[in-house]
Design a protein around this ligand. Sequence first.
Ligand code: ADP
Length: 232
Amino acid sequence: MNRNENGAVLSVKDVTLAYGGRTVVENVSFELMKGEILCLVGANGSGKSTLIKGILGLMPAAKGKIELHCGRDKLAYLAQLNTTDRDFPATVKEIVLSGTQTPGWRLPFYTRENRERAAEAMKLLRIEEFADRRIGNLSGGQQQRVLLARAIARRPEVLVLDEPCSALDPAITGELYGLFDSLRDSLGLSILISTHDWDYVSRSGDRVLELHQEPEFLGETGEWLKRKGGAR
Ligand code: ADP
């Protein structure tokens, strides 16, 4: 079973996360529903990335419980573009293929199914024409499309995005945001995305979780915008 009886793919219950003794996320509860886009918002330092680390299993919860109903190998993650990715000495095809392997499992070769999944992801992200190029020779927007293809090559059910457009030229962020929406529509992905981009939140977010260490708001995007004085 990939979701619980309410249709949730992820359940976060009364979660508190701390570095050493310092609590930075407190009493957070929410469920990510199948096929929804849930936007995680809040000022810098409000705990968004830490909550995401907890969800990815990179950090134990000091209190509470995080349950992934679909299984950990069905969770994919994409962060902001950084120079390590840019300098990685591999071709686009190799990078996308690497996403088809289950973490911790290092096969000496790729199976036909791995190759089919990588080809399918490259097609969805429209990067087939770059297949044999080094990732470092591409523009930032193209690089992020490659890393998104790697993330979805394992056919995940949940996609977690941590400020995925923040290092990019605003002129190309629209295209990337559009791809997240079409992946949700075509693959039925559930998306948790942390972002400062209110235009994206108002356009595509089904619901919003606003953090300020503790949750400040959890509900429909229209309701959140009303409280913020904006209009959908
Ligand atoms: P956001 O993603 O909303 O900007 P973060 O989760 O990165 O917020 O940070 C929340 C708080 O946790 C901040 O006060 C930050 O300084 C602190 N913090 C983040 N990472 C670490 C770390 N590795 N060790 C100690 N404190 C950290």
